[in-house]
Design a protein. Structure first.
Length: 326
């Protein structure tokens, strides 16, 4: 049986050196290491799925995956996301997912919570087919939707968290980090958490949210179901004052985020994260020629993405991202 132990630090430094990388070109050291053990890595980041928890069923089910990363994982701050690469039919496809667990240290396990979208190759596979033992390719944690306060630097700030649908995942990372770290007897901050979902059946983390709402922890939870839209007057009542003076994080669909941005105006206290990327239209005025050197072919630039034009030319790139943000 192949050992799952991480590479010793000295071995990792040697294997990650530029000299060894040049000697193993064009594939690199990690290409050979993963043939021996998928959890061995010198510079790449991979993870093994160790648990899959179904959060909701229905048309667009949601699941939380617990990931055990290679020792190359540098940890994450609450609110960050990670690029996840999955091998499907011999091709790696990459998508971005917010990390839903509390902030992690290097090498520590963490979770991503994924909603299956009908057009999403990666999300559908992770939610409906992923099993413990599946190996995923990862980036390091990225993103600036973070909280700079911590248990070591407590303040009396009233924080506001607003989310919609799957946008709850980075907000839950914040909440879980606050609850885990505590404040060692310091004045506990107040947090108002507002979440919008289609229905109670679509509510992610439903049981945990009920427990948070019932506990004496300084966090007030407001859940809104159905075709409810964000209402600035309602938020003012929830927070008991001028929300534009309160540090606020909002993540969700574009419609929700835009309403919140309008309500906050030019307030510097608002932090925004979209969980879907903006749509980019095809550029009909594009010019020039694309050269696919390794395949020895060219194509006239038609304004669509390079991935789409490569596929139109009959090529099957090993890596591909249709979101345009990876």
């Amino acid at each position: 049986m192949t050992s799952t132990a991480a590479l010793p630090p000295l071995a990792q430094r040697v294997l990650g050196s530029r000299l060894l990388a040049s000697l193993t070109s064009p594939h690199g050291v990690d290409h050979y290491l993963r043939q021996i053990n998928p959890m061995w890595a010198a510079t790449d980041v991979r993870a093994r799925v160790v648990d899959v928890t179904r959060e909701t069923d229905g048309e667009h089910p949601v699941a939380t995956l617990t990931l055990e990363p290679t020792s190359t994982w540098r940890g994450h701050r609450s609110g960050q996301y990670v690029q996840v690469g999955l091998e499907v039919a011999g091709r790696r496809t990459t998508r971005c997912f917010s990390i839903s667990s509390a902030a992690s240290l290097p090498g520590e396990r963490f979770t991503i919570t994924v909603r299956a979208h009908e057009e999403g190759i990666v999300s559908k596979y992770l939610v409906r087919e992923a099993q413990p033992g599946l190996i995923l390719h990862l980036s390091q944690a990225e993103g600036a939707f973070t909280v700079h306060e911590s248990a070591a630097t407590p303040t009396n700030n009233h924080l506001v968290m607003i989310s919609g649908g799957s946008g709850i995942t980075p907000v839950m990372s914040h909440i879980r980090t606050f609850l885990r770290d505590g404040y060692d007897g310091h004045a506990q901050r107040k947090i108002t958490f507002v979440h919008y979902a289609r229905s109670p059946e679509d509510q992610i983390f439903a049981e945990e949210l009920r427990e948070i709402a019932a506990a004496d922890n300084g966090i007030t939870v407001h859940l809104r179901y159905g075709p409810h839209l964000f209402d600035a007057d309602e938020l003012r009542l929830m927070v008991g004052g001028d929300y534009t003076d309160m540090d606020t994080w909002v993540c969700g669909p574009a419609g929700l985020v835009e309403l919140v941005q309008e309500a906050y105006g030019d307030s510097p206290r608002l932090r925004v994260e979209f969980f879907k990327p903006p749509a980019f239209a095809k550029d009909d005025d594009a010019e020039g020629t694309l050269a696919f050197n390794l395949a020895g072919s060219t194509a006239s630039n038609d304004g669509s993405s390079i991935l789409e034009q490569a596929e139109a030319a009959g090529l099957t790139p090993e890596f591909g991202c249709r979101m345009g943000i990876c």
